[in-house]
Design a protein around this ligand. Sequence first.
Ligand SMILES: *Cc1c(COP(=O)(O)O)cnc(C)c1O
Length: 378
Amino acid sequence: MQIDRPLAQSPARYLAEHRPDTPILFFAPAVLQETARRFRAEIDGLVTYAVKANDRPEVLNNLVAAGISAFDVASPAEMAAVRAADPRAVLHYNNPVRSEAEVQAGIALGVASWSVDDPAELQKLDAVPREAEVAVRFALPVAGAAYDFGSKFGATPELAARLLRRVAQMGFVPALCFHPGTQCHDPAAWVHYVETAAAIAEAAGVRIARLNIGGGFAADRGFEAPDHKAVFAAVAQARDTAFGEARPDLLCEPGRAMVASSCVIAARIKALRNGANTVFLNDGIYGGLTELRDIGLSRLVSVVSPDGVLRHGAAEPRIVFGPTCDSLDRLPDGLALPEDAEVGDYVLFAGMGAYSIATNTGFNGYGLRQIEMVSALE
Ligand SMILES: *Cc1c(COP(=O)(O)O)cnc(C)c1O
């Protein structure tokens, strides 16, 4: 891809040189490309990217450069973002609730795969050309995920079997899909879904072409190390056992685990109060740190001085506020920061490529607006 100026070597180097007073998302394209290649090597199937995790052109361009050619999109705007990065990109439109206008937009852009979880939504796809794949999304009570993208959508297995039969009758390429919930560490969650998928196909009397095992793969947050290989191995084995002769091809759609590790958010300490027990940062839950409220703190946090030197003091739990005038703008309590952290220092939140700039707001005139590309994150 095109690089019009030399990349800074690392976030610390950039911070020492520029001393920015607004938060920055540091993005390492090399880390993202490496992750994409690893996913492609590890699964016996197609790797797509769930665009909602981070839809920035820098991210999409680098995924295309790393060989990702199909994308999980949820809206016409995401489709446009993907096609800007790759005019030939394959679109999987996996938001199962669509207006008629959105269906038309998907048809116009040649969506290759659609997901449905409801008879009325399937009826809306009647104008879609029959070479398209339609994947029935089903849901089970969740286990193992940090929180749940899964429960908003998804038919019961009984309804899924009826929908799958109807998909086949309508002449679409039949498939099944699910999402086990995000930041899911437990291979057993996927296995349970794969076994249920086989039972649904059997009940419907339909041989499915593909099984979409969703996203949900865990990113490293400094606690339990994620093991995607274990998930893929368990999925492949469950697929072979449960489907036998009728084994479908696999595809996955990681969002978080694809992009999280490629970005670090740097937020500056604006003030310390109560004997430094209370910290005010220039980014918070209305900016790039929204998700920490829902998923909890990570351990991948460090502090550097304005000269870019790592603070080594003993870690002390703090109360941390963001920059807006809303008292809700507070991180989960107990973020441990080194005791020698000072006003003007930068707090580096690693592993923050997913659901950070994507959910950012400009509330109160703050927010995460700047992306800086770096050659490495350390
Ligand atoms: C959000 C979403 C994903 C990505 O989920 P992660 O937990 O970020 O991997 C994948 N597929 C669908 C349908 C989604 O809605």
